[in-house]
Design a protein around this ligand. Structure first.
Ligand code: GLN
Length: 314
């Protein structure tokens, strides 16, 4: 129904497809349930939906609640990884693997079998290692992630949400267990309490689809930041995209790759970012989650986007 956007006139080229998708999503009856491990997320309305597309030149399109800030949660793990790789390089991989886990994002079991080395940077254990390395390099991992998001999105209003950070800490027993367990294997460089605080602050960042689609632009620009400087080498950007494809949507990454065919990273706040290398970045938000923790409306919207436009990495 829609021709490939690269063949359409420049002005408004993604608008028809976004409007079409929003209409399809509006008739979705079962949207899953918001995350309920902290009360603040459980209150979100599953009927809300937003979607933004940012082209590599920073032109941005959106539909629905695309300017509405939501809890970015694990989407921030992509930005922490980008900074840790940019500043610390390859030695990161001594402490975290690059394989899909096939387990829930907060699982403890695999860690013992694998001697405290988490499977990948996007499950909680792996993200804790990445935050630890960034913390050891900068002493303010969460602040660095926030700065990167602000700079790349051009929105200085993106911020932490202290109430969410506090809730994460008070319900954070499992993340604390993961951190202490890895520390017992000698796989953390910084003290556990400070690391957990940095991780919870990072999870609490609130941003909109517009902000996050723009902020992820360096992944579609092969590592180049919005101001033209280099955050990652071409090869590092490719590596992060590959890892998003294989590990970015938890134990549903295979199904996401099948349906959407793009590198993606979800968060339990109901957001998902996705990358069409060389073309654009996307962010969708719908707070209702499936049993893996991925937004039901979000996965559907991305599935429809790649189907209708033909834009995919395959
Ligand atoms: N704050 C959440 C946690 O650490 C983030 C999880 C997620 O978005 N998958 O449990």
């Amino acid at each position: 129904m829609f021709s490939t956007p690269t063949g359409l006139p420049r002005v408004g080229r993604f608008e028809p497809v976004l409007n079409h998708i929003a209409e399809e999503v509006s008739s979705l009856t079962d949207r899953g349930r918001p995350a309920d491990y902290i009360p603040l997320l459980a209150k979100a309305d599953p009927q809300r939906f937003g979607m933004a597309v940012a082209e590599v030149d920073g032109t941005v399109y959106g539909v629905g609640d695309w300017r509405h800030p939501f809890s970015a949660q694990s989407i921030t793990k992509v930005f922490t990884l980008a900074l840790a790789l940019s500043l610390g390089g390859e030695r990161l991989w001594q402490g975290v693997g690059r394989e899909p886990s096939g387990n829930p994002f907060n699982s403890l079991v695999q860690l013992e079998h694998e001697n405290g080395i988490p499977r990948n940077p996007f499950i909680n254990a792996g993200a804790l290692v990445v935050t630890d390395r960034l913390q050891s390099l900068t002493s303010d991992a969460a602040g660095q992630v926030l700065e990167l998001l602000r700079a790349e999105s051009g929105n200085p209003g993106i911020d932490f949400m202290p109430e969410v950070a506090a809730c994460e800490a008070s319900y954070g027993g499992r993340n604390a267990a993961l951190a202490h367990f890895m520390a017992s294997y000698g796989n953390l460089l910084t003290p556990v309490p400070g690391l957990l605080a940095a991780y919870f602050w990072q999870c609490s960042i609130v941003a909109s689809c517009k902000d996050l689609a723009l902020a992820a632009g360096f992944l579609a620009r092969h590592g180049t930041r919005a101001n033209g400087s280099t955050l990652l080498s071409k090869s590092q950007a490719k590596q992060i995209n590959a890892m998003m494809l294989t590990c970015g949507t938890y134990d549903a990454a295979g199904d996401f790759a099948y349906r959407v065919g793009l590198p993606g990273k979800s968060g339990v706040g109901g957001g998902i970012i996705a990358v069409v290398p060389g073309v654009c970045t996307l962010c969708v938000w719908g707070p209702g989650l499936d049993r893996h923790g991925n937004s039901v409306a979000g996965v559907l919207a991305l599935d429809r986007f790649t189907t209708l436009t033909g834009l995919s990495v395959f």
